[in-house]
Design a protein around this ligand. Structure first.
Ligand code: NDP
Length: 373
């Protein structure tokens, strides 16, 4: 059977055309497409933690071409039963948090996607690595840079890949802005603004529990502005300053940041100004400006559709389901060694964790933190 890749090779597409085609093929995910055009390797994935975001990922994976949900890890037997029925998952591919190390003896699972509260990622990813399975971890990767480094080391030692769920790294309008920046269409980049936040609801949720969340809005939503500043400017920051404000000390207890503003300076002289909050709605906006032009995304990191424009006009790239593209792309990264345009591995996430550590330190001490050391 002909694959899309065979077809492209036959027409003699250049390497660049091929990369573009691989990304666009993931955008046009329809079941019909997959059946007729794709007969290559498929990443068989088990999801750990059957909560809100896992539900979105599992649904999105139904239209994946290269990734398939084949296993479940859950602490809630009733949920497991429902998911098994919905996704046709056999008992032999189901585990709980006590038994999932046994997945090492299961040849039908290639990778485990950890979608549990932040504080659990470190130990769970290390156990996944020890079981010899590729690890996909939700953001934030860990509670701090030390944990993130230990996760990277464990995956290296076990010779498995470690990827982090940065779905925006595959979003078409985001990638178009990155292409324009690399082509010099904005000129020298001067400034980035990232505004990310929402009003946090239920006070008893794990996100407001320091033990499970590791922090507040910065860990959960501010990380999008931080990561966005890095991929929109295309450089690594040299320094960071940060200020924290709190209006509700009952809901946002010690260690749970309600609102943090942070600023970063980059080697080219570009600066970023970002806002992370659990106390304001309608905050989902990126703005990038250079000497020759600008780009704006609003919404910039929600589940989509992402909307945006540049000095050249409205961005009209396709609006695929983020998690479908993410999982198809991750399958190619794991199974075929594909290099994504913006990295999505543990090292990339470690950079965010180091800066988050510095942001918390800057907010606490009022000092400008040097990130070069
Ligand atoms: P939920 O609370 O909706 O789900 C978390 C699940 O983890 C639970 O349903 C439960 O599943 C499992 N779990 C295991 N131990 C615990 C525990 N002690 N307390 C609570 N749950 C536990 O959270 P989300 O799905 O919203 O978030 C999970 C992760 O995904 C977080 O790291 C978050 O940052 C990330 N996320 C990423 C998004 C993205 O766009 N990339 C969007 C939303 C979240 P079970 O009952 O099956 O064991």
């Amino acid at each position: 059977m002909n694959t899309r890749r065979d077809f492209l090779q036959k027409i003699g597409a250049s390497a660049l055309m091929l990369q573009l085609a691989n990304v666009t093929s993931a955008w046009s995910n329809t079941p019909g497409d997959s059946e007729t055009l794709y007969d290559g390797p498929v990443l068989r994935v088990a999801i750990m933690g059957l909560g809100g975001y896992a539900t979105i990922v599992a649904k999105a994976m139904e239209t994946c071409t290269r990734a398939k949900l084949v296993g479940l890890i859950s602490g809630t037997p009733s949920k497991m039963k429902d998911w098994q029925a919905k996704y046709n998952i056999p008992d032999k591919n189901c585990y709980n948090y006590q038994t999932f190390d046994q997945v090492k003896n299961n040849p039908d699972i290639d990778a485990i996607y950890v979608i549990t509260p932040n504080a659990l990622h470190h130990d769970q990813i290390i156990r996944v690595a020890k079981a010899g399975k590729h690890a996909i971890c939700e953001k934030p990767m860990a509670l701090n840079a030390k944990e993130a480094q230990e996760m990277i080391d464990a995956c290296k030692k076990a010779n498995v890949k470690l990827l982090v769920g940065y779905r925006m790294h595959f979003e078409p309008k985001t990638l178009e802005i990155i292409r324009m920046r690399n082509a010099g269409e904005f000129g020298k980049i001067m400034f980035f603004q990232g505004l990310c936040g929402f009003r946090s609801g239920n006070p008893s949720q794990w996100r407001l529990n320091k033990q499970l969340a590791g922090g507040g809005s910065m860990m959960d939503i501010g990380i999008y502005a931080l990561n966005g500043a890095r991929y929109m400017i295309g450089e690594e920051p040299l320094w960071v300053t940060a200020q924290e404000t709190k209006t509700d000390t009952v809901k946002f207890k010690e260690g749970i940041d309600e609102t943090i503003q942070f600023q970063m300076g980059f080697p080219s002289g570009a600066v970023a100004s970002c806002l992370s909050t659990y106390n304001m709605n309608n905050l989902d906006r990126f703005f990038l400006t250079g000497e020759k032009g600008f780009a704006e995304l609003q919404p910039s990191t929600g589940y989509g559709p992402i909307k945006g424009r540049t000095h050249k006009g409205e961005l009209v790239q396709p609006e695929p389901t983020h998690q479908t593209v993410q999982m198809d792309e991750m399958a190619q990264i794991i199974l075929e060694g594909k290099k994504p345009i913006v990295p999505i591995d543990g090292e990339e996430a470690l950079k965010d964790m180091k800066i988050i550590d510095a942001i918390y330190s800057a907010a606490k001490t009022g000092r400008k933190i040097d990130l070069k050391s």
